[in-house]
Ligand binder design. Structure first.
Ligand code: ATP
Length: 365
């Protein structure tokens, strides 16, 4: 069973502090939605309001078409998995998973059936008699998910559930969560500040910043067509390069963008109405900057740091005017710090940002 979630004009204040300001969002039944944003942007607060662990200051929340923001947590049909797992240490795995169902008076046989089924799904059947202290971090994590599954909720709410796992286990559990979602078909909301988790798990990512939703889109929409300079700089590693703009001229559908660091750049970007170069910048990802073979002339980039990642090499350098720029090249690059390299830009992958940070992309808005 899965349900849609409708968040309408939700505001959250703690005293004078506004944490979320008039936020609206529609999540479809069965969707995997990730709330992504920097620390303190309010993503956990939004999740906790859906769960019923925080009140809304204004606005409404509906699950499966039914308004729930006035209902207690247990009556909302959602189940939350916490970062800390929140298992009862004195109870076995089976008891931890049964506890919530016993509390609502469910028949023992039905509880047994659900626990058994969830344990099989999560491959923890052999751990049912153990106490949490005798489990690894990854196993505890599964128990916490199992405890949510047995409730057969209309939606799962995950609050950074992978952040206590080491890197390898984190990657594996991420895959398992994707498989679990495919198998259960449930609505899932997942809070994280890890963009790899967001990119790999989400049907849609909700980027949150400064009390608002900054952009909602599929991972590739967010990556390729970030709505704002904030999103462009937040998603992607290394962060998108930003080069200050001095002036813009439109000529037959091509925009000529004057910069200090990159010289004049031509791009198929429509000149936005009332665009002022003041405070504007050009954005380009490191992977869209090509390091030219020795002897070919391009734009000079003086390498400060060369990072060899095996399959690729990242070059962090400076343009002629001192603007910093990262370029990505192949793993066999022999570039060394101190070298002046020649680069070229993929002008079909340029983004222009105005002073307010609004994005305009090559190939149309
Ligand atoms: N009970 C509270 N009282 C006052 N302020 C709070 C309370 N809970 C959260 N806040 C504030 O609300 C803001 C949003 O917090 P929230 O935990 O939702 O952020 P987050 O995006 O989940 O960050 P993180 O990734 O660090 O958990 C923060 O500025 C936080 O200090």
């Amino acid at each position: 069973m899965s349900a849609s979630i409708e968040i309408t004009n939700v505001t959250k204040r703690y005293g004078a502090l506004t944490v979320l300001d008039d936020v609206s969002l529609s999540i479809e039944a069965g969707e995997f939605v990730v709330f992504l944003g920097p620390s303190g942007c309010g993503k956990s607060t939004l999740l906790r309001m859906i769960a019923g662990l925080e009140d809304v200051t204004a606005g409404t929340i509906a699950v499966g078409g039914e308004r729930v923001d006035t209902l207690p947590p247990g009556k909302r049909g959602v189940a939350m998995v916490f970062q800390s797992y929140a298992l009862y240490p004195h109870m076995t795995v089976a008891q931890n998973m049964s506890f919530g169902l016993e509390n609502i008076g469910m028949a023992k046989a039905e509880i047994g059936r659900r626990v058994e089924q969830a344990a099989a799904t999560l491959e923890i059947a052999h751990l049912l008699d153990r106490k949490p202290a005798k489990l690894s971090g990854g196993q505890r994590q599964r128990v916490a998910i199992g405890r949510a599954i047995v409730k057969e909720p209309k939606a799962f709410l995950f609050d950074e559930p992978l952040s206590n796992l080491d890197a390898a286990l984190r990657g594996r559990t991420r895959l398992e969560l994707a498989q679990l979602h495919a198998r259960l078909g449930s609505t899932m909301i997942f809070v994280t500040h890890d963009q790899v988790e967001a990119m790999t798990l989400a049907d849609r990512i909700v980027i949150m910043h400064d009390r608002k939703i900054e952009q909602i889109g599929t991972p590739m929409e967010i990556y390729q067509r970030p709505a704002s300079r904030f999103v462009a700089g937040f998603v992607g590693s290394p962060a998108m390069n930003f080069v200050p703009v001095k002036g813009v001229n439109e000529n037959g559908g091509t925009l000529r963008i004057e910069t200090c660091g990159l010289g004049d750049v031509a791009a198929a970007i429509r000149l936005p109405a009332r665009f002022s170069p003041e405070g504007g910048c050009l954005g380009i990802r490191a992977e869209d900057v090509t390091v030219l073979p020795a002897g070919e002339a391009g734009i000079p980039l003086k390498a400060d740091v060369v990072e060899r990642l095996g399959d690729r090499t990242l070059i962090y350098g400076q343009l002629a005017d001192g603007t910093k720029l990262a370029a990505e090249t192949d793993g066999r690059s022999e570039a060394r710090s101190g070298d002046t390299l020649q680069i070229a830009l993929d002008t079909s992958a340029l983004h222009l940002f105005d002073a307010a940070g609004i994005a305009h992309h090559a190939g149309g808005d």
